[in-house]
Design a protein around this ligand. Structure first.
Ligand code: TA6
Length: 325
């Protein structure tokens, strides 16, 4: 990596973002980019080679800790939603993460140059609300083709011999042209919990999912690949998710969320009409929490790509996903 003045590519740039919060910009040769705030380890921008933004970030996002940033990819850990004693979606999204100077190596080497390793560790303050020691390592990688990869490695470092349990989500806000013209494929016929109906369990009927009103559902035991098709822009987002075999419950759920008009108006950091331009499809583990004994590590990976709707890149090859980092 060299300085921008030399005309050479800067793959990883450490800089300041809104309100002086530290952020990292990842760039790739074809012109794609991504931005990651150390606050929440939150990806707030992901652009394709034409400079088009692929993630939704609210115009009303405040960037004021301790509030989570509205949009991008917040990380929900150690609790998804309100299913537990912690604040909604846990605390990882409103903690200041550090750059991880020396992350343990991944199983295989990756040729990618645009990546950043971040780390969050237990603190005395957090121990009052979640009495566990842990290390949460996140690698965010921008692939040469513009794919955005996120790999989480969470380790139980308790010294009291106790296991801990957690739920998790990559709460991705996709940027879309018009919610009423969007279709999600890969979740049809699956069981889901409807959060708008007291988490009652239903089975999805019919074809691909479309949107006419507020949606807040967790689909269970979902396939490794979900497609979000933005008809108006002729763009398809592919969300692929994977993990190691010893964490078989990884991402057993995917959450689909859109607040629609009433809730949007009631959410201060969300523009009144912005619900039309966003859709959250989250690689998550919601129904059955993950349990880690001391010394054990869990890995969870999400890989996003944006392709013209006419193009289909085929099924996820789990081996390929595991090998790259
Ligand atoms: O993941 C869906 C959800 O839990 C919804 O219920 C909705 O409230 C959303 O997340 C946003 O949560 P937040 O705490 O960021 O306002």
């Amino acid at each position: 990596m060299s300085s921008p003045s030399s005309g050479e590519m800067v793959f990883v740039e450490h800089t300041k973002g809104v309100n002086g919060l530290p952020k990292v910009i990842l760039r790739e040769v074809r012109g794609c980019s991504a931005e990651v705030y150390l606050y929440g380890a939150q990806v707030t921008s992901w652009k394709n080679e034409h400079g088009e933004e692929l993630l939704f970030l609210s115009s009303k996002a405040t960037f004021k800790p301790p509030k989570a940033i509205r949009g991008g990819i917040p990380i929900c850990f150690p609790q998804f939603g309100v299913q537990g004693s912690l604040e909604q979606h846990g605390f990882a999204r409103n903690r200041h993460w550090m750059v991880d100077p020396d992350p343990p190596p991944f199983l295989t080497c990756s040729p990618n140059k645009a990546f950043i390793d971040l780390i969050l560790k237990h603190s005395e303050e957090d121990a009052k609300i979640w009495p566990h020691r842990y290390e949460f390592r996140l690698r965010v990688t921008l692939g040469p083709g513009g794919d955005l990869m996120m790999t989480s490695r969470i380790r139980n470092t308790n010294t009291d011999g106790k296991p801990f349990m957690f739920t998790f989500s990559y709460h991705t806000y996709f940027a879309i042209t018009d919610i009423s013209e969007v279709r999600v494929e890969g979740l049809e016929t699956l069981d889901y919990l409807d959060y708008l109906k007291n988490k009652e369990r239903f089975t999805e009927q019919g074809d691909a999912i479309t949107f006419e009103a507020e949606v807040d559902k967790a689909y269970l035991s979902t396939p490794t690949k979900i497609a979000i098709i933005d008809h108006e822009r002729k763009r398809t987002y592919e969300l692929r998710k994977d993990g190691l075999p010893d964490a078989a419950l990884l991402f057993s759920s995917a959450v689909v969320w859109n607040p629609w008009d009433k809730k949007a108006k009631a959410t201060p950091d969300f523009g009144d009409n912005e619900y039309k331009q966003m859709l959250c499809v989250e690689a998550a583990c919601v129904e059955k929490p993950i349990t880690l004994k001391p010394g054990e590590e869990w890995r969870g990976r999400q890989e996003l790509s944006a392709v013209p709707s006419s193009y289909c890149s085929g099924q996820l090859d789990p081996q390929k996903a595991l090998q790259s980092s």
